[in-house]
Design a protein around this ligand. Structure first.
Ligand code: ZN
Ligand code: ZN
Length: 298
């Protein structure tokens, strides 16, 4: 399955010339999961050469403007296009009411089917291929962090399968689904001809102060996308406004056994975020500061 992550916005409250407000797009096969939708997200899609119509689910962390101001524009555009699917929108408590307010504020034909779900915590999406779970964060208002988990896959070793006299077909399919079979009087266990390939885990944490749930969400993640609004010199500001520093993001990555850390949601005061990246790297070496339109292929 093709899995790709694209940063569409990496600034915090105030966008800059180089950085748009928060949005991360995760493409997984035919699915397009959009984490947050800051102002200008639909234009960011266009610049990135990705059709906004490929969005199937929007996951909102919280209702501060810099994470949702792009929603009316994006929904208006999807409404005016041949969308043809039901757009699923997930968010914390209050999401339904705020969406209703939004449709009262703007005048446009809502020619699109929406499914709006308020998420408390735990697994709220469970498909054949992946799950998504959420945990509350500490940001002074209802805020959710998200964890996307690809399900483990069984990879068939065709050479081994042939040794058992098996050819591609429904029998192989059964073994792939984890069922044992009997072939020519011989019992074959899935492990005889296949190995388990671990699914990828992607965690999205913004906005919050450092809290226990950050570690639970990030545990064993291949990719951790984490807010780092400030550098350590402004840790006090982070505490005051319920945000984290680059070092705190790195601390989460180090203690949670993360593969790679991507810092995002930078305060507009930083013209260059090298200082923040360096600070994080001292604690967790495999750190990158995200930029708008940066792509990760998994
Ligand atoms: Zn924010
Ligand atoms: Zn916020």
């Amino acid at each position: 399955m093709v899995m790709e992550i694209m940063f569409l916005g990496t600034s915090s409250m105030v966008p800059t010339k180089e950085r748009s407000q928060s949005a991360v797009f995760l493409r997984y096969g035919a699915e397009g999961l959009l984490f947050d939708c800051g102002e200008g997200t639909q234009r960011q899609f266009k610049i990135a050469g990705v059709s906004p119509v490929s969005t199937t689910k929007i996951l909102i962390s919280h209702w501060h403007g810099d994470h949702v101001l792009g929603l009316p524009g994006l929904i208006q555009t999807l409404s005016a296009s041949e969308y043809g699917k039901t757009l699923e929108i997930y968010g914390p408590k209050g999401t339904k009411e705020r969406m209703e307010h939004m449709f009262k504020t703007f005048i446009f034909d809502k020619k699109i089917d929406l499914k709006i779900v308020e998420v408390k915590e735990g697994t709220f999406i469970d498909t054949k291929l992946y799950t998504v779970e959420a945990l509350p964060l500490e940001h002074g208002i209802p805020t959710l962090g998200y964890r996307f988990m690809e399900k483990d896959k069984r990879k068939i070793n065709m050479k081994k399968a042939e040794q058992f006299g098996l050819k591609p077909g429904p029998i192989i399919g059964k073994l792939q689904d984890g069922e044992s079979i009997t072939h020519k009087g011989k019992k074959i266990h899935p492990d005889d001809i296949s190995t388990i390939e671990k699914g990828a885990i992607v965690t999205y944490i913004t906005d919050t102060k450092l809290c226990e749930n950050c570690f639970s969400l990030a545990h064993g993640a291949d990719i951790l996308i984490c807010e780092s609004t400030y550098g350590s010199k402004l840790e006090g500001k982070g505490e005051e406004y319920n945000h984290m520093t680059a070092s705190q993001a790195a601390e989460i990555a180090r203690k949670s056994g993360v593969g790679k850390l991507y810092l995002t949601h930078f305060s507009a005061r930083y013209k260059s975020v090298t200082e923040l990246e360096d600070e994080a790297k001292e604690i967790f070496e495999n750190t990158v500061s995200a930029e708008d339109f940066m792509k990760i292929k998994l």
